[in-house]
Design a protein around this ligand. Structure first.
Ligand code: C5P
Length: 292
């Protein structure tokens, strides 16, 4: 039996990587990262309500069944709530498999929302352990806002919220199965870096500064260009049309550039509106947007 009145609805934001450096390959097959995550105001929405058993319905482009990280998160948390159940409804707006962290954000949001719904009372460190098991990007979304990620990207140091930062996203219409693993496999050792530019950008943000488009860095860019054969021409077309540098988020293929105001971002969005794919003008999302 469902109890809609006792439920809650929360937003699950997408992320961009303002900087992403790959430091080395680890013995466990993962890579050691130094990255700056930024949550943005492009969000999925997750509703949870008490129910018997665990059921998920999905509106939009994401798997509905057990392979959805939302359901895996719910199954992971439920034993800590005496095996309680929930009816979960996910409304997808973040494009999947684009490097925007949509699935990871949904999973973290499910942990936060169910922890509250069930009164489980787990603290952040316990939730972070579960998040880590679900995926390397999941722990960031327990914090949101701006944060530095180290280790597999799953050790999170929150940074102060940035003010008035706008982004134009352009998500090209191509995808790759098991994309993230493939892009990491395409990485060459001469593309490993020391993490310094990420630390410098973190210091800029900590002192209240804003990144410019020249500060954006992604050590997976060349590997992604090798994996996605159409990405190179797509980036050139974006840069030609806008007169700006564009960065890649995560393992791609979502591309973005940065603007100081909504008006500037909307102007840039119009410059690239004839390219194929999806376009979003969106702002940085503060950490406080997430349910505690
Ligand atoms: O943790 P997640 O399932 O998101 O990672 C997907 C794949 O990306 C991993 O199996 C691994 O091949 C690669 N990866 C990596 N180093 C990281 C994060 C992901 O090599 N820090």
């Amino acid at each position: 039996m469902r109890h809609p009145a006792a439920g809650l609805t929360v937003r699950a934001p997408a992320k961009l990587n303002l900087s992403l450096e790959v430091l080395r390959r680890r013995p466990d097959g993962y890579h050691e990262l130094c990255t700056l995550f930024q949550a943005i105001d492009l969000c999925d929405e997750l509703s949870v309500e008490p129910s018997d058993g665990l059921t998920l319905t999905v509106e939009g482009d994401a798997p509905p069944g057990e392979e959805n990280l939302v359901l895996r998160a719910a199954h992971m948390l439920s034993p800590y709530a005496g095996g309680r159940g929930a009816y979960l409804r996910l409304r997808k707006r973040i494009p999947s498999g684009a490097g925007l962290g949509g699935g990871s954000s949904d999973a973290a949001t499910a942990l936060l929302a169910l922890n509250r719904l069930w009164g489980t009372g787990l603290e952040r460190p316990g939730l972070a352990e579960m998040a880590r098991t679900l995926g390397a990007d999941v722990p960031f979304f327990l914090h949101g806002g701006t944060a530095r990620g180290t280790g597999r990207g799953d050790t999170i140091e929150p940074l102060p919220d940035v003010s008035s930062l706008w982004f134009v996203l352009s998500v090209p219409p191509f995808s790759l199965p098991v994309k993230t693993a493939r892009v990491f496999r395409n990485l060459r050792t001469d593309e490993l870096t020391d993490g310094l530019r990420t630390l410098q950008l973190a210091a800029t943000l900590r002192s209240g500064g804003s990144p410019g488009s020249g500060d954006l860095y992604n050590g997976l860019r060349s590997a992604a260009l090798r994996a996605f054969k159409d990405l190179g021409p797509y980036l050139v077309a974006l840069e030609d049309a806008s007169g700006r540098e564009w960065a890649l988020s995560g393992a791609g293929p979502a591309c973005y550039t940065i603007a100081a105001s909504r008006v500037e971002a909307e102007d840039l969005g119009r410059c690239v509106e004839n390219l194929p794919g999806l376009r979003y003008v969106t702002s940085a999302a503060p950490a406080a947007d997430l349910p505690k």
